[in-house]
Design a protein around this ligand. Structure first.
Ligand SMILES: C[S@@+](CC[C@H](N)C(=O)[O-])C[C@H]1O[C@@H](n2cnc3c(N)ncnc32)[C@H](O)[C@@H]1O
Length: 334
């Protein structure tokens, strides 16, 4: 069904969505703050987060549309505040929309990173990486980039459990697309976060990982640090959006090669693609939001029609009606 929507309707709908979304984020933070889940997480996280100077969050997803991503954003903000960390969050996800970038930077005071480093961040000081349900290649790249005895201890990771990754695929395959995760299992301490939150698909399979050289003498063995070959992945196995892929998408968008509709569909597809780590509820949510939005616009249109029909040409003014029945208005002379 086609709707011809005028600009004021659109502006109203946008304001309505904006208010709804800000409220949703505040609600998510409030919800977490009173949860047993967050309390338990903080007990495990706080001692490890002492001295963290930067917080980098990758692969959050579309937090304005998707409940999972919204709660994850709320989570990292609550953890930061409760653990008294002063760092701003630095966020990157190639699927962020302009409204999401704007919300992070201007409404929430966080930082949005511009460059797609595919996880290859070099870490010179203690940094918390929050990579909720992120492609394993991003974690693998991050480990590779910091695979030095003086750098790896700076990496604190909140992401999908290393043990799950390692236990779910044969070493032969892991050596190709997650070789550094495979090796990190012996160097990092893994602390699973018990998934007791009321929604089971937001923090599932999430663990805290930190370098634990004291407990793991493996780190003292020079051979551990020997091989530092940059990982490369087969294109068809690639869950992450690589620099090349992103460049191709953006240049297609800029060249106008995409009609608006096909661009929209591609965006939605990319946004709600389901990967091995995620059973995304966002597809249904998108449908629900679209249906709500359609209903809202349809109601506005009907209201406008009703106003036009019943308050139209035939309607008499108060003065006309008063004159007709012989009444005076309050300000008329006696
Ligand atoms: C499985 S989704 C997880 C989304 C959300 N955090 C969740 O748990 O539902 C993986 C996310 O990683 C993002 N991603 C892919 N390539 C990336 C890259 N190069 N850098 C940062 N994020 C990336 C995707 O855009 C997507 O949002």
């Amino acid at each position: 069904m086609a709707y011809c929507v005028d600009y004021s309707e659109r502006a109203n709908a946008q304001i309505y969505l904006y208010v709804q979304r800000s409220t949703q984020l505040q609600q998510a933070e409030a919800d977490l703050l009173q949860s047993e889940f967050l309390r338990e997480c903080l007990e495990k996280l706080e001692p490890v987060l002492v001295g963290v100077q930067d917080i980098i969050c990758l692969g959050l997803g579309n937090f304005l549309d998707c409940t999972i991503a919204r709660y994850q954003l709320a989570f990292i903000r609550c953890v930061r505040n409760k653990a008294n960390l002063t760092a701003k969050g630095q966020f990157f996800d190639p699927v962020f929309t302009p409204s999401e970038v704007d919300t992070l930077q201007h409404a929430l005071g966080e930082t949005v990173l511009q460059e797609n480093l595919e996880g290859k961040y070099s870490v010179e000081r203690k940094t918390l990486f929050f990579l909720p349900h992120c492609p394993k290649q991003i974690v693998n790249n991050l480990l590779w980039k910091n695979w030095y005895p003086h750098r790896l201890p700076n990496v604190v990771l909140l992401c999908n459990s290393f043990s799950t990754v390692v236990n779910n695929a044969p070493d032969r395959l892991l050596r190709i697309n997650a070789g550094y995760i495979l090796r990190a299992v012996d160097l990092f301490q893994e602390v699973p976060l018990r998934n007791s939150f009321r929604f089971g698909d937001i923090f599932n399979d999430t663990s805290l990982h930190y370098f634990a050289n004291n407990d793991r003498p493996a780190g003292d063995n020079a051979a551990v640090w020997d091989c530092t070959v940059e990982p490369s992945y087969a294109e068809d196995d690639l869950e992450l959006i690589s620099k090349e892929k992103l460049k191709a998408i953006r240049s297609a968008e800029n060249s106008g090669a995409f009609a608006l509709a096909s661009k929209y569909i591609t965006d939605q597809y990319r946004r709600f693609e389901t990967t091995e780590q995620q059973h995304c509820r966002a597809k249904e949510e998108l449908q629900f939001t679209a249906e709500t939005y359609r209903c809202y616009l349809e109601s506005l249109r009907k209201l406008k029609d009703l106003n036009e029909s019943y308050r139209g040409k035939g309607e008499r003014s108060i003065r006309d009606t008063a004159d007709m029945v012989g009444f005076k208005l309050p300000h008329d002379p006696k």
